[in-house]
Design a binder for this molecule. Sequence first.
Ligand code: HMG
Ligand code: MG
Length: 299
Amino acid sequence: SLPIRCQIVEVGPRDGLQNISPFIPTATKIELVKRLAGTGLRKIEATSFVSPKWVPQLADGTELLEGLRSESLDVQFPVLAPNLKGLERASKAGAKEVVVFASSTEVFSKANQACTVEEALKEAEAVTKEALRLGIKVRGVASCVFEDPFSGPTPSEAVLAVVQRFLDMGCYEVGLGDTLGTGTPRDTQRLLDVLLEHVPANKIAGHFHDTYGQGIANVIQAYNMGIRTFDTSVAGLGGCPYAPGAKGNVATEDVVYTLEKMGIDTGVDLDKLIRVGQWISNELGRPYISRVGGAISSK
Ligand code: HMG
Ligand code: MG
């Protein structure tokens, strides 16, 4: 039978760093991406082309992509581009893939993008059309798939509507963002029960934040329902500056450990990855919080 594989999308350099201040030098960001690429990761969300007033940490997206280009790494670098201005900057910097995003809920949409869900989707559609015309691939991410930080639980039908819009406009895949990291496997099951009635599993990715320690459990629940792509963050870095209390994505180390122990190929060298996780935590002056990385490195 064919080998079982999962695609890990490393989002640490984007989701991980966006929430951190003071400004991290571009050279450190480039070094992080290079080291991540050296672990076997083949898809690394590198930065965002959002308003630098909203996310000053990632204001150096152009310099970052230019620096990475000269490294000629065999890696895809999707970058966030919520509007046409972002797409223009991304494409000028040589991006081959952009990520559009929208909340599944109105209140977070206003907090994170200063517009309604419908306005965010209209802008995403304009970005997607223009990106595809330029030969740039587009991925969508729906936020707050379980809960909005300000207004409570999200109906699965609202998530389905956003996912379908992204696919209809031409996104090749849509990530399900548990922005707050409150969802449990039961929530993942309920949501996927609704989505998979209408959308094939290979069009969906899991993007689980680990605030409540549910990340691995949600990955495995989604895996068991056919999902094979997961967004994760080295050393569990991350969190959205506009979602109060939200912590980082589920740690890449923890997901790689679990999947590989299940006999699923991720293409990632765990020991190398742990060294990157320790290094970047140290660079940022933070404790190293990957459970697997901490356990293995203290053996
Ligand atoms: P706005 O203030 O309403 O935008 O923000 P505007 O159109 O009025 O423009 C204001 C200024 O920003 C103007 O500059 C624009 O040119 C500039 P000024 O004339 O004042 O000098 N501007 C830009 N500059 C560079 N690049 C751009 C850009 N766009 C406008 N792309 C906007 C609206 C959407 C721009 C803003 O709200 C924004 O940037 N939001 C993004 C916030 C963000 O990045 N959040 C984190 C990422 S999403 C996330 O983490 C969730 C996810 O991980 C999934 C999950 O976990 O659920 C993906
Ligand atoms: Mg996120």
